[in-house]
Design a protein around this ligand. Structure first.
Ligand SMILES: [Zn+2]
Length: 458
């Protein structure tokens, strides 16, 4: 049966439309769009406000929600960096079991939906128990995370992640890293189990994560990517820290992006997360490959990673998307704002990330980031168009922040004027998952989250 929505105004793949009729089939896919319609059937669902495509969140580590904001104390004896943050992140895993993983992921995914993220790429590398041994079901923690996404109603591309080594010098994993360890066969078993358990749900796709070049060697990258086939989304952390660049140069004889592009068939299904320290040559090669650069500006700022040269990527015709990564912020508007503000601060100019035919920075960034979700999360998402899943956020144009704002300024106001959450309702597969800012299971999910956090911090 087709559901018909009648939307006051909507940002379609063809631009803004008013009184837009959207037909959605049983599977949640848009089958028809037509503008300037009058309500003519009492069964049509009318939506007041401005409907924009749901934003794909390309890069999430759900468990890190549990330590967001708890790593901000400096130490007079030592300079803090990504690497000291990483030790604290490992510490947070000490008491994390399946129940905690499920509760934290469910809470986080409700928070994502409320802000308009409608799909998440879950880069999942915590596979084993607290002793570093596989659970009876090797895919236990993966299944908990995917189960949380299904319960909450967010689309997910699960990315079980290969993590084999403790550094470019091939040292073995140790301490907190033992929970991450798999060989290629073990990782593929987890992937197969997640696929088998979720074949009935078109909003669950399963890709492949490769933690980084410091954690996975070239032979294992070749074996794993060959095994998953040509259509599978593949994500990797590429160039987040300058120390990684230096180590990669000294052990592999090339910078990481360069090395990866020389040794893997990188194409549009690849998400290269944090290309932060890619040089000009690597940027043009990334653009040429069709890969999507996964940028997480609030996390990259929080961890002191550096500033990604996005102007160079866009000038080269490259593609990007955004992710909430360490969950220090779960807000697509804030990620996009930071992308532009980093460049303004560097260049002492304004309105830098516009399109050739799109002067609105907010709309240009929002559409460009949303559009890349299809290729790297393995589902037709990120645009309001026929053949795409009906995943939307509804901006509250009755709010003081967005009242009387013309179409061409709506996303600028939503992204750059930070006066609270602009999203009122959220739809996934044409069905409401957030109504008036609330998820119908949020009370139970919140309670379970608080109990889990209590146990972790006990
Ligand atoms: Zn990450």
């Amino acid at each position: 049966m087709t559901t018909t929505l009648l939307v006051e105004r909507a940002l379609t793949a063809e631009g803004w439309r008013h009184n837009l009729r959207i037909d959605v089939d049983d599977g949640g896919v848009i089958t028809g769009l037509s503008a300037d319609e009058e309500p003519s059937d009492p069964d049509w669902v009318t939506i007041r406000g401005a409907v924009i495509p749901g934003m794909p969140n390309l890069h999430s580590h759900a468990f890190q929600r549990a330590i967001a904001g708890l790593t901000e104390h400096g130490n007079a004896d030592r300079e803090d960096s990504f690497w000291s943050w990483r030790d604290k992140m490992y510490g947070a895993l000490a008491r994390l079991g399946p129940d905690e993983m499920s509760a934290i992921a469910a809470q986080l995914y409700v928070e994502m939906l409320k802000r308009g993220y409608t799909a998440v790429g879950e880069f999942h590398y915590v596979h084993h128990n607290e002793a570093g041994l596989p659970y009876d079901n090797r895919a236990e923690l993966s299944l908990q995370v995917v189960g949380a996404a299904r319960r909450v109603g967010i689309a997910i591309c699960h990315l079980p992640t290969l993590y084999c080594l403790g550094g470019f010098d091939s040292r073995p994993l140790a301490g907190g890293q033992l929970r991450f360890a798999n060989d290629v066969g073990g990782l593929l078993d987890i992937r197969d189990a997640v696929i088998a358990a979720n074949e009935d749900d078109g909003r669950v796709s399963v890709g492949l994560g490769l933690h980084s070049l410091r954690a996975v060697n070239g032979g294992d990258i070749a074996a794993a990517t060959r095994a998953v086939g040509a259509e599978t989304p593949i994500h990797i952390h590429v160039a987040e820290q300058t120390a990684e660049i230096d180590d990669c140069m000294s052990t592999l004889g090339a910078r990481p992006v360069d090395y990866l592009l020389n040794h893997a068939a990188v194409d549009k299904r690849w998400c290269l997360v944090h290309g932060t320290h890619a040089n000009g040559f690597e940027i043009s090669r990334m653009a040429e490959s069709g890969a999507v650069v996964g940028l997480c500006p609030t996390t990259e700022a929080s961890l002191g990673d550096g500033i990604f040269p996005i102007q160079a990527l866009l000038a080269a015709g490259g593609r990007f998307g955004i992710g909430s990564d360490s969950q220090i912020s779960v807000d697509p508007g804030e990620e996009l704002r930071w992308l532009e503000y980093e460049q303004r601060l560097l260049r002492q100019r304004r309105n830098l990330l516009t399109g050739t035919s799109q002067p609105s920075v907010g709309q240009h960034l929002y559409e460009a980031a949303a559009r890349t979700g299809s290729d790297v999360l393995g589902q037709p998402i990120g645009q309001i168009a026929e053949g795409m899943f009906a995943d939307f956020a509804v901006l509250d144009t009755d709010s003081a922040a967005l009242c009387h704002v013309a179409d061409e300024h709506l996303l600028d106001v939503a992204v750059f004027a930070n006066h609270g959450n602009p999203v009122r309702d959220v739809y996934v597969s044409g069905r409401p998952v957030i109504r008036n800012g609330r998820h119908e299971e949020e009370a139970q999910i919140d309670e379970a989250y608080r109990a889990a956090i209590g146990r972790l911090r006990g």
